[in-house]
Design a protein around this ligand. Structure first.
Ligand code: G4P
Length: 528
């Protein structure tokens, strides 16, 4: 096998999706622990921003090294290179989260088994569905009283519309949690609470569900378990690798992240079943990961919160070829060469200078604001990667400033923050206020703080009559002109120059759609 095929084949790039508190941070930490990337539990936890008040979070973000390093973690496991991309952990939801999912090849969905499918899990899964991303599921917290396992699978199937294939099955829960039965391997792994290190893995494994050792250990429960397994096997779908890869079926594992239980199975599933980097679409052609020439796209921009250091880091997902330090890359949108000397990579323990990277890896390019989400980098070819979405915001504010002399700075700041994807910026066709749209409240706070720090603008955000937005497209310019004339008070241009309809309510949106049946209203738009 050629070196490039070998490097691509051993890469797995994934993100963990979950509702806050389901155990994402805990599981991330355990994955790193099991791979040997970190030695001590607590390392990731200490970095977690979600548990802090907003002001603390800003403080943490200021220490760029920490926040950047924790958003991409690369580690080795079973001779594979795993790239784990963090989705922002705040209670609040941001657009970043969505776009990180465009840079992965699979996702790990963590569900708190006491709670079942929660709101943000639904949203995130819908984003994964845009690209049919394969999903591995982990039902967490079986050391507690949780809901009935079959009921949980039913809920995943019905609410998330994805078939479940249980790979393991829990034996008991809470105080009587005994372990899991591995359906594929016909083995029982016994639970032992509180193991803190992967090195001390001493869970007893018993071969075969009919092994008399099980009758010895659990004389009262074993018959019920056998009946239950029979029922589960009859009622659920067997694991089908193709269905998983097509995003139609999810293998389900049960365990307890905090007790390290079930974690190794997850890592193995990612290595054995999750796809290596595949082809990526561009406007021009499909790009194969094993092509000799380097290409990649920006899926996230992280700004430095420290006003003394204005630089930003553009996170680039490598899509093909080999990245080597010092190579020249073409920044396609600006048609300009960039010398990649100070590019960084992200090992689990620290931020390191990257020497080389392959498809599936993430590299960070420091810049001063000239890189945007969706930008492509190549070795010269004009390629524009597609599928990097902007979502119709759900929260709106009107931006005003206290000092009118600063209006220029406000416009400039918002334009740049809009391009960067920190917030969506709408300039009404008619009217002076700039409308900001976000999917999470925290985005407004971040923007206010960055306007103050980076642009010296003291902005206030006030409520606005906009309740929802849709990008609009037309069959011809005549229709567009008519639409613009009729609805000029509700139209705006976003930071990418696209026309959007700002509705005052869902009903208003619906009525407008009915009135203009030939106009297309889009809830997402792709980076153009
Ligand atoms: P998140 O990143 O998805 O928001 O979740 P996180 O890992 O921070 O976990 C949320 C809470 O759930 C934490 O408790 C964590 O200890 C707990 N947890 C995670 N996995 C398990 C598990 O397998 N079993 C049990 N019983 N609890 C689990 P906390 O009290 O909110 O925080 P902390 O005091 O432990 O830090």
């Amino acid at each position: 096998m050629s070196q490039i095929a070998n490097e691509v084949g051993r890469r797995r790039t994934f993100a963990i999706i979950s509702h806050p508190d389901a155990g994402k941070t805990t599981l991330t930490e355990k994955l790193l622990l099991f791979s040997g990337a970190i030695q001590l539990a607590g390392t990731v936890k200490a970095r977690k921003s979600g548990r802090h008040a907003t002001s603390d979070w800003m403080e943490i973000e200021k220490q760029r090294g920490i926040s950047v390093a924790s958003s991409v973690m690369q580690f080795d496991y079973r001779e594979h290179v795993i790239n784990l991309l963090d989705t922002p952990g705040h209670q609040d939801f941001s657009e970043d989260t969505y776009r990180v999912l465009t840079a992965v090849d699979s996702a790990l969905m963590v569900i708190d088994a006491a709670k079942g499918v929660e709101e943000q899990t639904i949203k995130l899964l819908n984003v994964c569905r845009l690209r049919d991303t394969p999903i591995v599921t982990f039902m967490n917290k079986y050391d507690r009283e949780v809901r009935d396992s079959l009921e949980l699978l039913d809920e995943v199937e019905n609410v998330l519309q994805i078939q479940c294939a249980p790979i393991t099955w829990p034996i008991g829960m809470g105080k009587t949690f005994r372990g899991v039965y591995n359906i594929l391997q016909d083995k029982v792994v016994l639970f032992d609470a509180g193991q803190e290190s992967a090195n001390q893995l001493v869970n007893e494994v018993i071969d075969g569900l009919n092994n008399p050792r099980l009758d010895e250990l659990f004389p009262l429960e074993i018959q019920q378990l056998r009946n239950e397994i029979e029922l589960v096997q009859g009622a659920s779908h067997p694991f089908d690798l193709q269905a998983f890869l097509a995003g139609k079926q999810t293998p389900v594992f049960f365990g307890s992240a905090i007790n390290n239980f079930g974690v190794r199975e997850i890592l193995n599933a990612l290595v054995d079943w999750s796809p290596a980097p595949g082809n990526r679409h561009t406007m021009q052609r499909d790009v194969a990961p094993t092509e000799a020439k380097f290409s990649g796209f920006v899926f996230k921009i992280q700004a430095n919160m420290d006003p003394k250091h204005r630089d930003r880091i553009a996170f680039v997902r490598v899509c093909s070829g080999q990245f080597e330090r010092g190579m020249k890359m073409k920044h396609v949108r600006l048609n300009r060469d960039v010398s990649a000397n100070s590019v960084v990579t992200f090992m689990a323990h620290e931020r390191e200078q990257v020497e080389e990277a392959w498809a599936g890896d993430i590299i960070g390019i420091p810049n001063h604001g000239n890189m945007q989400i969706g930008d492509s980098f190549t070795e010269g070819e004009v390629l524009q990667f597609t599928g990097i979405p902007f979502f119709a915001p759900e929260l709106f504010k009107a931006a005003r400033i206290r000092n009118p002399l600063k209006i220029k700075q406000l416009h400039k700041g918002l334009q740049q923050l809009g391009e960067e994807g920190a917030v969506q910026v709408f300039k009404p066709l008619n009217g002076a206020d700039i409308i900001l749209g976000a999917v999470g409240v925290l985005q407004f706070e971040v923007v206010a703080s960055r306007l103050a720090n980076e642009y010296g603008v003291d902005a206030v955000f006030e409520s606005t009559s906009t309740a929802t937005a849709r990008w609009v497209s037309f069959k011809d310019s005549k229709q567009r002109a008519e639409f613009e004339k009729a609805l000029v008070h509700q139209l705006a241009i976003d930071a990418g120059g696209n026309l959007a309809f700002l509705a005052t309510s869902r009903v208003n949106l619906q009525l407008t759609q009915e009135r203009w049946p030939d106009v297309v209203f889009h809830a997402t738009r792709e980076h153009a």
